[in-house]
Design a protein around this ligand. Structure first.
Ligand code: ATP
Length: 370
């Protein structure tokens, strides 16, 4: 959907922000750009909608060279969300969202109807639509920013640290919302962040840059965590790389058996067979039931945190399906790593067809060292 071919950006002051970048960003997928400050992420993003022009190389969106399209028209067809939401302070939230549909020539009534629909899509009330941006919380403003970017129903969405300025709890909520929206909308999203956990959570693929605008590795989160191309990537992913990989795997394949009877701990259920708590002869402790969709990381956490060493498993309605042991979870955690490493091979380069620069781990490493 978006293709960078040997793209170079050198600013007039001599700074090279992006160095010989070849990268495919697949249709309907989320590509996350990460890397240390000043490594060229924002410049890369802004070249897609021509807010920055490349010095050389080609960028295509939907097969069309962006430099051959009218810049204003191109920008209207690409949603853009930034950290400070970029809302117009003197327009109501509803009018902010309606801006682009109006620019596109939709009548006022239709534009506002579309804006009202989008407010609901991003989880805001109709009442919030009547307020001005400063009357909303930071998290709510970011939701409005997303709604405004979606207003023209663009196939491509560029998001530059959109959740960087909100607290961790709201940030997780906004990430959840984005994942939910993306399931419905299937946009091609390019997302810039500093946060590795956010990248792992949201990305279908993650492109890691280093200073000077060099792409070091582009791969799926699991591939990246299992086989970082070099020490720079490994360091960037952090010491808990192993645990992060487990956050991508679910509990579904871990075996489960019947709840223990007559042992130290008994699982107490209500009449609908939903777990209430664990009980021993002289103690009662809370239970944190997990579903098949929960991550192996959550299961590992529960298995070491609970004195029972057991995990109560429930279905989507919260009804007990069985119990897994600490050993079952540990065995599967180890297996998840072995499988991820085996599956990864050497496919770490930028190009999915392995053709251009950075097409293999060796290529990426050589590029990084140059
Ligand atoms: N208009 C400009 N003129 C000159 N240099 C620029 C300009 N814009 C960006 N740069 C430089 O280009 C490099 C890449 O900047 P860019 O904003 O793309 O990095 P980034 O990875 O997004 O950084 P951050 O994570 O801090 O936002 C930096 O060294 C920056 O100082």
């Amino acid at each position: 959907m978006i293709q960078f071919d040997a793209v170079h950006k050198r600013f007039p002051n001599g700074t090279t922000a992006v160095h010989d970048l070849s990268l495919d960003m697949p249709e309907g997928g989320v590509t996350v750009l990460v890397g240390s400050s000043g490594c060229g992420k924002t410049t890369t993003l802004r070249m897609i909608n021509r807010m920055v022009e490349p010095t050389s190389g080609t960028i295509r969106v939907g097969g069309k060279d962006v430099t051959r399209q009218d810049a204003a028209e191109l920008r209207r067809s690409i949603g853009y969300v930034i950290q400070q939401s970029g809302l117009f302070p003197h327009r109501t939230v509803l009018d902010n969202i309606a801006t682009v549909p109006l620019l596109l020539g939709h009548g006022r009534r239709r534009a506002r109807a579309r804006a009202a629909e989008l407010l609901e899509t991003v989880g805001l009330t109709a009442e919030a639509g009547k307020r001005y941006p400063h009357q909303l919380s930071g998290g709510q403003q970011q939701r409005v920013g997303v709604a405004r970017a979606l207003a023209a129903d663009p196939p491509v969405l560029l998001m530059d640290e959109p959740f960087g300025a909100v607290d961790p709890v709201v940030r997780t909520q906004l990430q959840d919302e984005l994942l939910r929206l993306q399931k419905e909308l299937n946009k091609t999203i390019v997302f810039v962040t500093h946060d590795v956990d956010e990248a792992v959570r949201l990305g279908d693929q993650i492109a890691i840059f280093r200073t000077g605008g060099h792409l070091v590795q582009c791969a799926t989160p699991a591939e990246l965590l299992a086989r970082p191309a070099d020490g720079f990537v490994a360091d960037f992913l952090g010491a808990e790389r192993g645990l992060k990989l487990l956050s991508l795997k679910t509990l579904a394949d871990v075996p489960q058996g019947p709840a223990p009877e007559g042992g130290t701990w008994t699982l107490v259920l209500d009449e609908a067979r939903k777990p209430l708590h664990w009980a021993s002869k002289d103690a009662e402790i809370p239970v944190r039931p997990l579903k098949d969709v929960d991550s192996l990381l959550a299961a590992l956490d529960e298995s070491v945190a609970s004195p029972t060493g057991l995990i109560a498993r429930v279905d989507a309605d919260g009804v007990l399906t069985g119990v897994s042991s600490r050993d079952d979870v540990h065995t599967h955690a180890g297996r998840a790593h072995t499988e991820a490493r085996a599956r990864t091979g050497v496919q770490t380069g930028a190009r999915t067809d392995g053709s251009a620069a950075g097409g293999s781990a060796t290529g990426a490493e050589t590029g990084a060292a140059a």
